[in-house]
Write a protein that binds this ligand. Structure first.
Ligand SMILES: [Zn+2]
Length: 323
């Protein structure tokens, strides 16, 4: 058995197959696709195909090479990730890649090097990779995975062919989760998770749905108490990390839209009552100001890991009270 493609990946895959048939697959591909699209599966499928001993445009699923790819033990497939989750990909890891790229294949076929997430390469790591991409070794396929090509050095970007995930509709996500997981998903959960199918799945299966409700109700209670009870909101936000800040930012944006009389395009389309109530409890100016400062704070927290989040978030909540 080989990893399967997701329904929304068929289009990109068919184009790659054309390139493989015509022997025109570029030696370096940049998949500029968010994590929740299942980009790993797409690249795994490509690895399977390129390394399969049948050398066709689909993996056979039965040969020794296919088995090794699937079990993660293929000697010609190198998947480079940060050694510690969330940290950088070091120059030493890339130097190791460069030497693999020059080795000959163990199976007399291609070698494949995948870098994920490519934006985690340090500048010196990226420069070390650049040298190899400029003079690509024969039969070595590079794949870089990144949220956006703009997070990479322009010199790296220009050496790769960039591929994007075509937009995935809400209907496709609903249908996929209905068929494969027997889940009935709401429109709100799809917008809340940025139309990323795997994020929607995790929202239902990893208890995030209740965490989201808890965050909303603790924010609501905090507003009711004139921002006396901030600790539950702060606790929720620290536990949820970036996702919680993202949800709260959507909530403020929805409240602001309501205040401006924009009644559609809310992310929280199932929370009408809460939004209506909050829209009259907080002033228009405060909502807008706090929305902007939350987004700035979110960026700071994501870039600098050593910040005192509890203090910063409590301060942010107190700013609702105003001067
Ligand atoms: Zn095979």
């Amino acid at each position: 058995m080989v990893t399967k493609l997701y329904p929304w990946q068929k289009n990109v895959w068919q184009q790659w197959q054309q390139l493989i048939v015509n022997d025109r697959l570029p030696h370096a591909i940049l998949c500029a696709m968010p994590d929740g699209t299942g980009r790993d599966a797409l690249v795994q499928y490509l690895s399977n195909t390129l390394l399969c001993l049948t050398q066709g445009i689909e993996p056979c699923g039965f040969c020794h090479s296919c088995d090794l790819v699937e079990s993660g033990n293929h000697p010609d497939l190198h998947w480079i990730r940060p050694e510690i989750e969330g940290k950088s990909i070091s120059v030493d890891q890339i130097r190791q890649c460069n030497s693999w790229a020059l080795e000959s294949s163990q199976f007399n076929a291609k070698r494949m090097i995948v870098i994920e997430p490519a934006e985690k390469m340090t500048e010196s790591a990226a420069n070390a990779l650049l040298k190899t991409l400029e003079a690509p070794p024969k039969n070595c396929q590079f794949v870089l995975l990144a949220e956006s090509p703009h997070h990479l050095l322009p010199t790296i970007r220009s050496r790769c062919q960039v591929w994007y995930q075509p937009e995935i509709s809400g209907e496709v996500i609903e249908q996929w989760l209905g068929e494969t997981e027997k889940l009935k998903v709401s429109k709100q959960s799809i917008t809340l998770n940025g139309y990323l199918p795997l994020a929607v799945k995790s929202f239902y299966q990893d208890k995030k749905q209740s965490a989201h409700q808890l965050l909303l109700s603790s924010f609501d209670n905090c507003v009711k108490s004139s921002f006396c009870y901030t600790s539950d909101v702060v606790k929720s936000l620290i536990k949820l990390e970036d996702e919680g800040l993202c949800w709260l930012s959507y909530l403020l944006s929805d409240i602001h839209k309501r205040q401006l009389g924009i009644m559609t395009t809310w992310v929280h389309c199932d929370e009408k009552e809460t939004i209506e109530r909050l829209a009259v409890s907080i002033s228009v100016d405060t909502v807008y100001k706090q929305y902007l400062s939350l987004n700035t704070l979110r960026q700071q927290i994501n870039v600098h890991s050593g910040l005192n989040k509890e203090l910063l978030l409590t301060q942010w909540l107190f700013e609702f009270i105003g001067e």
